[in-house]
Design a protein around this ligand. Structure first.
Ligand SMILES: Nc1ncnc2c1ncn2[C@@H]1O[C@H](COP(=O)(O)OS(=O)(=O)O)[C@@H](OP(=O)(O)O)[C@H]1O
Length: 215
């Protein structure tokens, strides 16, 4: 990682740190005053997105419905399947809270990032103590992509959307499985809202009408 000069902030992005048990202690040893940004979305949609990504690389894997259960008849969810385990945010956050105060953490709503990217970016910039440089002016909604894109990135004069692997169409999942997963996550989500003091309102999405969700 390059040295950070006066007036610069060094950023590092590794989504898997949030769910790596050893990460909080190691990061605390490296820089205890670090600021942590965690992007979270409805864990059910997150799991389907995760599965979609794996499926694109390994089309032979079993269906989502098969992988999600230890025993489907008994309704026993396989919480050890990484696509599902990652979404138990309260569990992962607990390890971080043993080393870092909440004031050093900022939670970005994945849904908010799609419906109001400038609003989420304003909160990120405030958290980092930066001027609100990135605003509404920087985004436009790309109808073909179905997501917001950057009007004009720093290094180019043409608009830029995220790549093809972001915002892929998800496979259709059995609605009963979706319902069971919502039920499974509900207590963990409640715990997460309590721990963060933020209500992400994922329970309102149980009818499948989540903002930005195409499941
Ligand atoms: N602007 C914009 N354009 C495209 N996609 C967007 C955008 N904002 C948020 N998203 C959502 O980001 C999801 C992919 O994020 P990932 O967590 O897989 O990214 S990463 O692997 O951590 O880089 C991706 O999930 P999928 O829809 O499942 O592909 C999107 O829903």
């Amino acid at each position: 990682m390059p040295s950070t000069l006066e007036g610069q902030i060094t950023m590092e992005k590794t989504p898997s740190y949030f769910v790596t048990n050893s990460a909080p202690k190691r990061i605390h040893m490296m820089a205890r005053d670090i600021k942590l940004i965690i992007v979270v979305r409805n864990p059910v949609t997150r799991a389907i997105s995760d599965y979609t990504q794996t499926l694109s690389k390994r089309p032979e894997i079993p269906t989502f419905e098969v992988l999600a259960f230890k025993n489907r008849t008994l309704g026993l969810i396989d919480a050890s399947w990484s696509a599902l385990r990652i979404g138990i945010y309260a569990l992962h956050l607990e390890s971080w809270m043993q080393y870092f105060p909440l004031s050093q953490m900022h939670f970005v709503s994945g849904e908010g990032l799609i419906v109001d990217p400038a609003g989420e970016m304003a909160k990120v910039q405030d958290f980092l103590g930066l001027k609100r440089i990135v605003t509404d002016k920087h985004f436009y909604f790309n109808k073909t992509k179905g997501f917001p894109c950057l009007k004009k990135p720093e290094d180019s004069s043409t608009p830029r959307c995220l790549g093809k692997s972001k915002g892929r169409t998800h496979p259709k999942i059995d609605p009963d499985v979706i319902r069971r997963l919502h039920k499974f996550y509900k207590p963990f989500n409640m715990m997460f809202y309590q721990m963060t003091g933020q209500n992400f309102q994922w329970e309102l999405e149980e009818d499948g009408a989540s903002p930005g969700s195409r499941d």
